[in-house]
Design a protein around this ligand. Structure first.
Ligand SMILES: Nc1ncnc2c1ncn2[C@@H]1O[C@H](COP(=O)(O)OP(=O)(O)OP(=O)(O)O)[C@@H](O)[C@H]1O
Ligand SMILES: Nc1ccn([C@@H]2O[C@H](COP(=O)(O)O)[C@@H](O)[C@H]2O)c(=O)n1
Ligand SMILES: [Mg+2]
Length: 219
């Protein structure tokens, strides 16, 4: 189990030994990342780690970074990578799993480069929930989970940060052919149908594993 005194090299080395399989889950605020991650966990056995949830828990734990995290979140700003990455690494080590959905991370170029440099983990792919801003705003204002940053002033700041800092990360992974884009404006179950096809690609019924049709394989 990871402890508060572990050096970042210790943690990174121990994590590398697990050969973790990572999917980054990205999309604007309120696009439905958390909602879909819960469903992926149930169907595909991943562990869901939301960077935002880990930061909220750290803030509430009374840690020395608590006030800084609270101030950054209230402004919709991105917390320095070293804080968030340490929380993610510890959560990955503490889980008994090797398959992770990392939700809401990397949120900017600094997050991306620091995670890659520290962990040497390359994501299997990046799930991108694309949703119009008006719909995301409507969803957040109806969310009612008591989040301090779910007010219209902070929501607008979060949208701005998403456009300016997070979309370039998605573009970076598009350039590497890693982005699986989903139309997230549809109802929850319809979105999940698309998600399922990504985690569970359909093999055409009339083809065997070598890609030949069954009748040719028998003949
Ligand atoms: N496809 C959908 N259609 C309608 N409402 C949805 C859909 N997906 C999620 N919601 C609702 O929208 C709200 C935001 O969803 P969720 O918390 O999953 O978004 P998120 O991307 O994790 O947001 P954030 O980045 O702010 O954490 C929730 O109240 C959720 O129930
Ligand atoms: N990589 C990240 C992720 C999140 N934050 C901060 O948390 C806020 C809420 O994030 P959600 O994913 O739960 O919406 C976000 O606005 C940031 O302030 C972060 O700093 N770094
Ligand atoms: Mg969320």
């Amino acid at each position: 189990m990871g402890t508060a005194n572990d050096s970042s090299k210790d943690i990174s080395d121990r994590l590398a030994e697990k050969h973790p399989k990572v999917v980054f889950v990205l999309g604007g605020p309120g696009s439905g990342k958390g909602t879909q991650c819960e469903k992926i966990v149930q169907h595909f056995g991943y562990t869901h780690l939301s960077a935002g949830d880990l930061l909220r828990a750290e803030k509430n734990s009374g840690s020395e970074n608590g006030i800084m995290i609270q101030n950054m979140m209230n402004e919709g700003k991105i917390v320095p990578s070293e804080v968030t990455i340490k929380l993610l690494q510890k959560a990955m080590l503490d889980s008994g799993n090797e398959k992770f959905l990392i939700d809401g991370f990397p949120r900017n170029e600094e997050n991306r480069a620091a995670f890659e440099a520290l962990t040497k983990i390359e994501p299997e792919f990046v799930l991108y929930f694309n949703c119009p801003e008006k719909e995301m705003e409507r969803r957040i204002l109806n969310r009612n989970q008591g989040r301090e940053d779910d007010n219209i002033e902070t929501i607008r700041k979060r949208f701005k940060v998403f456009l300016e800092s997070s979309l370039p990360v998605i573009e970076y992974y598009k350039g590497k052919g890693k982005v699986r884009e989903i139309d997230a404006a549809k109802p929850v179950e319809e979105v999940f149908e698309e998600v399922k096809d990504i985690f569970n690609p359909k093999v055409p019924k009339d083809e065997n594993v070598e890609g030949r049709c069954m009748c040719c394989a028998i003949l």
